[in-house]
Design a protein. Structure first.
Length: 310
């Protein structure tokens, strides 16, 4: 399913002309007090994607922005999300110039779905995954602290190590308290903790939590903008994420626009890769990318060791 059919970023010439006019205005309005070279660095997302000449991009079910650090992968995701008016949960790189830049962009949506694009479009970034990991870690730590306190209370009750206090058996409350104490003494430690805390699951690793989070988010059809979702995922989990993206695209009517370095995502069959390291940007096969050649040369240099280890 294709939800976002085409997208055009401002051309290099437009960026230069727009910024030149803008800084002429500032120099005149503020009597030259603005340093043009200084403020040129504060106009994000201008001056990031201009060289790429991303004019009239045609999207596939899976489209990938590839490039080295600073090439503009995340910027492309941010701008598309802003143009579509997508609500996001974590802060992202922006500036007071973002709206001016986004206004100069254009997009073509699937006309049958245009009216509900905001509801079916999701932005998932590495920051979203990291925040989820932190929350999961905090919950695990809180559960451990509660468990430790309850264990101490349980052993005190079971083995009489807590200070004895009198129970008034003349009252209903006293009788109930005595019943609870006797019942507690008959329980195992795990049963006591489970009755209070519920089922205690083992703590998951960051990678496991990250993959589970992404799996939950990718359960339905829609447009997904993924900004380096592989961060903190091991090779195994990156491979599983790639399978999930492929399955969601083929079976669940999902469309993906992904910024990534991951060889597992880049090598997805039928993925359309836009190489932002080229100027202008070009469509490339994954094995033509510089980073992939580095991986290949690394493994090839240790080919003997790999073969001996089989």
């Amino acid at each position: 399913m294709i939800y976002l059919e085409e997208f055009s970023f401002p051309s290099f010439q437009f960026e230069n002309d727009y910024l030149a006019d803008a800084f002429d205005y500032y120099r005149n309005a503020f009597l030259g007090s603005y340093r043009t070279d200084y403020y040129m660095g504060m106009v994000y997302p201008f001056n990031v994607l201009g060289d790429a000449e991303l004019v009239q991009l045609v999207f596939k079910p899976i489209t990938i922005f590839y490039g080295s650090n600073g090439a503009g992968k995340s910027t492309a995701i941010n701008v598309i999300a802003e143009k579509l008016g997508v609500t996001r949960t974590t802060p992202y790189n922006s500036s007071s110039w973002m709206n001016r830049y986004v206004d100069a962009c254009s997009c073509k949506l699937n006309p049958e779905l245009e009216t509900r694009m905001n509801r079916i479009t999701n932005v998932l970034t590495s920051d979203d995954v990291f925040n989820m990991m932190l929350d999961a870690r905090k919950n695990d730590e809180m559960q451990q602290l509660k468990s430790q306190a309850l264990r101490k209370e349980f052993f005190g009750i079971k083995y009489g190590k807590t200070p004895k206090r009198s129970i008034n058996l003349e009252t209903r409350e006293g009788i109930e308290e005595l019943r609870e104490l006797n019942a507690t003494k008959k329980k195992t430690t795990n049963r006591f903790l489970t009755d209070i805390l519920g089922k205690i699951n083992r703590g998951y690793s960051n990678g496991e939590n990250g993959l589970m989070y992404l799996t939950e988010k990718l359960q339905e059809g829609g447009l997904y903008l993924l900004d380096e979702p592989e961060n903190s995922l091991s090779a195994e989990y990156q491979a599983n994420l790639a399978k999930l993206v492929q399955f969601s695209s083929e079976r669940c009517n999902a469309q993906f626009i992904i910024a990534t370095h991951s060889p597992f995502l880049l090598s997805l069959p039928n993925a359309s890769i836009i190489d932002l390291d080229s100027s202008p940007a070009v469509h490339a096969d994954w094995w033509q990318l510089d980073n992939m050649k580095l991986y290949y040369n690394l493994f090839k240099s240790f080919q003997t060791e790999f073969e001996q280890g089989e």
